[in-house]
Ligand binder design. Structure first.
Ligand code: ATP
Ligand code: FE2
Length: 343
């Protein structure tokens, strides 16, 4: 049988990623269907993300990442049957750069372009873990949501009422002089700290929603007071903020009656968060599903993976692919706005 490949492009925020997946493997939920997943991420030594600067980064690295991806995949362009692009949600200049790149590729290869919602890609890639009907704790920079599939849509059961957990951690990190991304550094600082050094911090969960800005203000004040060691604050930040994520996830499991929790998003790389989720799942007889870090952070592999599922559904249902010139970015698209026709 001739193998078919779908190429995915991710540019919603700091990462320019290209993934290539093999279609029949995707339909079997196999991890080995992801034959290439490479990226170049924008980072800084100090200071945060400026969208236009990040978009320039994406433009500058795009051709090189694409060439490397094709090389590593050992396939020819002729074997690619569709291009998938995350056109929503995200930072407009970054999304536009990804769309420009993907449109020109799809037009040149004369193949369909499939727009993919980034948040849903984080959930659907969970299929390779064996999870059948999970609640997703999606903890990334810009997003913090508890999502699951119910009644024909992906529904957001709980979410941050202000900033994403990753942005919150990165902002505190920047405040204390750590560059972007700050999450991994805060994680390291926290690792040597013992329970006795926990510092009480404000905790804010309302139903299944969370808020982090009060916690951020409080942490800044504590840091400025010079009464606390930074590593103790880093530890307490994690213990407090992650407990909020775990509580919201547990409520969503209880509310939906589901018994699978999947983690997604860059903050889910955090081993302490994983451990806290595992304990909660064990306590209530639920199962925790973890992805490799390369599929937790923003990546083109998950975009290609969902793109391949959608490609197959369109072909099988004899539907039409979208006209490339009508495809646009949708920076504020909400998870529950997406029409889910592939399930
Ligand atoms: P999205 O567009 O889905 O919101 P994103 O652009 O924020 O995603 P991701 O790659 O999913 O991108 O997540 C990046 C975030 O993950 C950053 O805020 C970073 O600090 C955080 N992060 C990465 N590793 C860790 C870690 N070990 N502990 C805590 N946070 C981490
Ligand atoms: Fe993401």
């Amino acid at each position: 049988m001739v193998k078919k490949y779908v190429l995915g492009v991710e540019t919603t925020a700091h990462t320019f990623g290209i993934g290539i997946v093999e279609l029949s493997g995707v339909l079997n939920n196999s991890e080995s269907s992801i034959i290439v997943n490479i990226k170049e991420s924008f980072t800084t030594d100090s200071g945060g993300l400026i969208p236009i600067v990040v978009a320039k980064h994406h433009k500058a690295v795009s051709q090189k990442v694409y060439d490397n991806a094709l090389n590593d995949a050992k396939i020819s362009e002729g074997e690619i049957v569709a291009v998938a692009v995350s056109n929503a949600p995200g930072l407009s200049p970054c999304l536009l750069e990804g769309l420009r790149f993907s449109k020109s590729l799809a037009n040149r290869l004369k193949i369909p372009l499939i727009p993919v919602n980034h948040c849903i890609a984080h959930l659907e890639i969970g299929r390779i873990t064996g999870a059948k009907d999970p609640v997703l704790l999606y903890a990334s920079g810009a997003n913090t949501q508890v999502i699951t599939y119910a009644g024909g849509k992906f529904r957001v059961f709980g979410e941050t009422l202000d900033v994403g957990i990753g942005n919150f951690i990165d902002t505190f990190a920047r405040y204390v002089g750590i560059g972007f991304p700050g999450g991994p550094v805060i994680d390291k600082l926290a690792q040597g700290v013992v329970e006795e050094d926990f510092v009480e911090l404000p905790y804010s969960v309302k139903g299944m929603d969370m808020a982090f800005s009060g916690l951020l203000t409080n942490l800044k004040q504590k840091y400025d007071s010079k009464k606390f060691k930074l590593d103790n604050l880093a530890y307490s930040l994690q213990e407090t903020a992650f407990a909020m994520l775990v509580e919201a996830s547990e409520r969503a499991l209880a509310h939906t009656g589901k018994s699978e929790l999947l983690l997604g998003g860059g903050v889910s790389c955090n081993k302490r968060l994983q451990e806290m989720c595992r304990k909660m799942c064990d306590d209530r007889g639920a199962k925790l599903f973890l992805l490799p870090n390369s599929l937790l952070v923003d990546n083109g592999g998950m975009i290609a993976f969902l793109g391949a599922i959608i490609y197959d559904s369109i072909i099988n249902n004899k539907k039409k692919f979208l006209d490339i010139k009508n495809i646009d970015i949708s920076p504020r698209e909400r998870t529950d706005d997406v029409e889910v026709f592939w399930r």
